[in-house]
Design a protein. Sequence first.
Length: 74
Amino acid sequence: MTVPVKKSPGFGPAGEKPVKSPCISVCALNGDDVCEGCFRTGMEISRWGTMSNDERRAVLHRCTERAREMGRIW
């Protein structure tokens, strides 16, 4: 019996690997619903598994901006 394999949604061209999660296992949301470790919002964290690579790259860009705003990187 053959079992069909479900591909992850929208990872782009054949062979393109999924963009890796920025999670560093700190996992603590602050009062603005932003993780203190990876700077993603709670919604971005929960949706990560279903995002396309383009969406993931956009999230990573926003994470960098949030980290700058929070004074964590410059």
